[in-house]
Design a protein around this ligand. Structure first.
Ligand code: SF4
Ligand code: SF4
Length: 307
């Protein structure tokens, strides 16, 4: 599998204390994306300003001239890079990191179960993205192996995948974390780069399976992004879709913790100047959702002080 990161002691990717596997590759390009380094399927290079001592060893070792000195630091050319990873190898300070390494299912299984003792009754392992369904064959094997250890398994998906791929994973999944961002098709295209037809269809199929007795839990997550997903109309429309068919609907308040990631990738984040949501704004959206009959709704994330 093409792995971005293994995050231990995670508390935001399902119930309890969890280990989350993040993989590379996503079919969406949300303008607010908090993991921009996960979008490309290929490995990428990240440069950390604070660790760099300016020795130039990386440029001199790069066989293709994919690295050069920019005004604000080292610039990486995705097109020229052949992914030989010499730059990471030679950097004396760890200022260059490769994002996206290949690991076998067996290697991942051994890594992930190391934390089993910390999971307790509620915790477990979450497979997340990018989009995990892109690597559904390997993900299915991994989930099945984790099942033999009786570990709680969650799947975090954006829903933009072939139903057959998602369905392959469901027999080995205890909880599906499903993202519903925007109801309006045009707005979905504008903010995420793709339409939401398949996402909504797959959601209906998941609900249908549960009505037929499938045992997996279903949580919906909606990122509340200022001026993008936070309108009354959007929450009302999504509430009509979610209704009382899920175990939990989480409205996730916008945060700006990803700014430095964009800087490291040499781009500027479109939401740089947006403030955090106010508690009263999140309460308001929560009430809107509940007023349409949606059940088990809550909001999560940091909010800013009321003025
Ligand atoms: S991975 Fe290889 S080709 Fe790419 S920037 Fe580093 S040294 Fe250059
Ligand atoms: S090798 Fe490492 S420390 Fe030296 S210039 Fe390159 S990134 Fe900076």
């Amino acid at each position: 599998m093409k792995v971005l990161n293994i995050q231990r002691m995670s508390t935001e990717d399902g119930p309890g204390l969890r280990t989350t596997l993040f993989v590379k590759g996503c079919p969406l390009k949300c303008k607010w994306c908090h993991n921009p380094e996960s979008i490309a399927c290929e490995s990428s290079i990240e440069w950390f300003f604070v660790r760099c001592m300016g020795c130039n060893t990386c440029f001199e070792s790069c066989p293709t001239g994919a690295l050069k000195q920019g005004q604000d630091g080292i610039l990486w050319s995705e097109e020229k890079c052949t992914r030989c990873f010499k730059c990471e190898e030679v950097c004396p300070t760890g200022a260059i990191e490769v994002k996206g390494i290949d690991m076998s299912v067996d290697e991942l299984f051994s890594e992930l179960i190391k934390d089993k003792a910390f999971f307790g009754e509620d915790g477990g392992i979450t497979l997340s993205g990018g989009e995990i369904c892109i690597q559904y064959k390997e993900a299915a094997q991994l989930l099945e192996m984790l099942g033999t250890e009786e570990i709680h398994r969650a799947l975090d998906t954006c829903g933009l995948c072939q139903w057959e791929h998602l369905n392959t994973l469901l027999p080995h999944t205890d909880l599906v974390l499903y993202d519903l961002k925007l109801y309006d098709l045009q707005e979905h295209i504008e903010w995420t780069g793709a339409d939401n037809k398949l996402i909504l269809e797959n959601f209906e199929k998941l609900c249908h399976l549960r009505e037929q007795g499938a045992k997996f839990e279903l949580w919906v997550r909606t990122p509340i992004i200022p001026d993008a997903t936070d309108s009354t109309e959007n929450i009302k429309a999504l509430a009509e879709v979610v209704r009382n068919r899920v175990d939990r609907w989480e409205l996730c308040a916008f945060n700006n913790l990803c700014v430095d990631k964009y800087e490291r990738l040499g781009s500027q984040w479109e939401f740089l100047d947006k403030p955090l949501m106010r508690e009263s704004e999140m309460e308001f959206l929560l009430k809107i959702a509940e007023s349409t009959g949606a059940k088990n709704v809550l909001y999560t994330g940091r909010t800013r002080m009321e003025e």
